[in-house]
Design a protein around this ligand. Structure first.
Ligand code: B12
Length: 514
């Protein structure tokens, strides 16, 4: 066994795949001891700052186990928590430990992050981190590793160039699950063991990147960091590689009941799709799967093939109800007509469809909010609706638009701001204008098929309800609670409702709408 010991720490998320990829690479390709720590768990709209005792548990473990390199992995909302964690590690252990930051936020804002970490990884970390640990093991200089920004003892920063994106995704070792080299700190307690191993849902990527650059999404920002010429941004694994991972996962995850493909959009060449459907059906036909789609790639022929192979549900971005808002605010290429066309297809397909919709957009006109109401009323096939509150992430083009339009300042951007702690998927306890409350209540009511549509139209036309949106919102929330209870019952009946999901989403006031 090599001498260098590493600990990868994921902040607020036991489903953090990034850190699992890194420890697999260090262990399987490097032969290093590489442990995993999940520091705090994510609760929807109820994210709490760590307790002092929890910071101490982490630093105690690092000191006790003698890790040489500690990696922190986080998204933008957790930037300030990362600063607090790193400060406490360095205060107690100084240069005995190298702290490397990575993940989406450090990739988007290395200039902010290098003030607090010894090193910052820009982009994919598998090869960069392995190179860093190999050099450390050999006692070589560490300041010229590609993808890494390195702050020298004199405070000088070396900004190494970002290397190509991982071109051959099949070359990456599979993420590891289980084993006693995994820890979690939450609720003031340190536990040993993999918190995810009993999960019923298996999340997997069959590709990395996305062909689109929607203004609110990280892809629009990463594409700017990885322009063409730095390897293709949108890359795919081979079908056999995906099947091999699912085979291994089934061995490691005894409760695995369904699969969720996290690819930002499940778009593949026809030949790949045909091979995938044949092999998935043959070996994993008993494991239903979900994927993400965009209206403009929805082809009935492909969807029929996927459904026959086991596709049960899809998550599709609508985001806005007018082509104006789609295009001008969100730089999206899909249209209302394409959404209605998919809805027609789904009358035959019967997929458990969840539409993503963004509200709380200061650049939306009343006519856009109106258009969304009418679109949702016009949809014929049953659907769920995932409502998101527009959140400004660093370097995304919607953030620049909001700042240029004077609706936001740098301090409103996640990282400095922590809106995500309290509002990600919409909950009715968030402050909104009366107009936004009125439309929110309507959006929550439209897909509840036990509510007469004629009554919803009357509400829409009534001045009384426009003037009393809080009352309407409470009514809509009650209808939503009925719906959520039936969804939870269905999941429990199918053996898919895990304690983790109840912990993450089970709060009445913070209840998500579906
Ligand atoms: C799975 C997922 C979740 C899961 C689990 C997330 C988690 N981290 O635990 C759940 C459902 C819990 C979740 C929740 C949230 N999510 Co989410 N989630 C995703 C999703 C779909 C996949 C993430 C992933 O697995 N990527 C694949 C891995 C391989 O990539 P990676 O994590 O970037 O890691 C690579 C590099 O970044 C780097 N790296 C990463 N960490 C480190 C560390 C070191 C030391 C080094 C050297 C390198 C390194 O190397 C890794 C391998 O190449 C992404 C969208 C996407 N497609 O990426 C959104 C996404 C990450 N989520 C997002 C958001 C906003 C959230 C929430 C904040 C929502 C909320 N308001 O509550 C929460 C926060 C939870 C959290 N802890 O981060 C945003 C983040 C935007 C931003 N700028 O931060 C994304 C990008 C969605 C989007 N389209 O905007 N999410």
């Amino acid at each position: 066994m090599k001498l260098t010991r590493c600990l990868m720490v994921g902040l607020y998320g036991i489903e953090n795949s990034g850190v699992r990829h890194l420890t697999s690479m260090l262990k399987q390709r490097g032969g290093y001891r590489a442990d995993l720590m999940f520091f705090k768990d994510w609760r929807h709209n109820r994210v709490e700052w760590p307790e002092e005792s929890e910071y101490a548990l982490l630093v105690d473990l690092i000191e006790r186990e003698g890790y040489h390199i500690v990696g922190l992995s986080f998204g933008s909302p957790y930037y300030r928590v990362a600063i607090e964690v790193t400060r406490r590690i360095k205060e107690r252990l100084g240069d005995k430990v190298i702290v490397v930051w990575g993940g989406l936020h450090p990739t988007l804002t290395p200039d902010h992050c290098i003030d607090h970490a010894d090193m910052v990884c820009v982009g994919e970390g598998e090869y960069a981190l392995l190179e860093l640990v190999n050099r450390y093991e050999r006692g070589e200089a560490l300041d010229t590793v590609p993808n890494l920004w390195v702050r020298g003892a004199d405070g000088e920063v070396t900004r190494n160039p970002t290397s190509e994106l991982v071109t051959d995704l099949d070359d990456l070792p599979f993420r590891e699950f289980g084993g006693d080299d995994k820890f979690m700190i939450d609720n003031g307690v340190l536990t040993r063991g993999d918190p995810l191993v009993h999960h019923r849902e298996y999340r997997i990527f069959a590709s990395r990147g996305c062909p689109y650059k929607c203004a609110y999404c990280y892809n629009s920002s990463l594409r700017a960091i990885f322009p063409e010429g730095k390897g293709n941004y949108h890359r795919r694994r081979s079908v056999d590689n995906v099947m091999a991972e699912l085979r291994l996962a089934r061995e490691k995850m005894p409760n695995m009941a369904w699969v969720k493909f996290d690819d930002d959009t499940f778009v593949f060449p026809k030949r790949w799709l045909r091979e995938f459907c044949e092999k998935y059906k043959a070996e994993f036909g008993d494991l239903p799967f979900d994927c993400m789609l965009t209206p403009d790639v929805a082809r009935l022929e492909n969807l029929r093939m996927l459904r026959d192979a086991g596709l049960r549900g899809c998550q599709m971005g609508i985001e806005a109800g007018s082509d104006r808002e789609q295009k001008e605010v969100y730089d999206r290429t899909s249209t209302v007509a394409q959404i209605l066309a998919f809805d027609e297809m789904n009358l035959e397909l019967g997929l458990d469809c969840k539409y993503d919709v963004i509200i709380d957009n200061p650049l939306a006109y009343t006519s856009d909010k109106d258009a969304l109401f009418h679109l949702l009323m016009d949809l014929k096939s049953p659907y769920k609706i995932y409502l998101y509150s527009l959140t400004l992430y660093p370097r995304s083009s919607v953030t620049e638009k909001m700042i240029d339009a004077g609706y936001a300042t740098e301090s409103d951007v996640e990282g400095f701001a922590t809106k995500s702690f309290r509002q990600f998927r919409v909950s009715i306890d968030w402050q909104r204008s009366n107009e936004d409350k009125f439309y929110l209540a309507l959006y929550m009511l439209v897909n509840k098929r036990f509510i007469p549509r004629e009554w919803i139209r009357k509400v829409y036309r009534s001045e009384f309800w426009r003037r009393h949106p809080d009352l309407l919102l409470e009514l809509a929330q009650s209808a939503n609670l009925v719906r959520m209870t039936s969804i939870a019952a269905e999941m429990a009946f199918r053996g898919e409702l895990s304690l983790q999901k109840v912990r993450e989403y089970g709060n009445i006031r913070k209840m998500i709408n579906q």
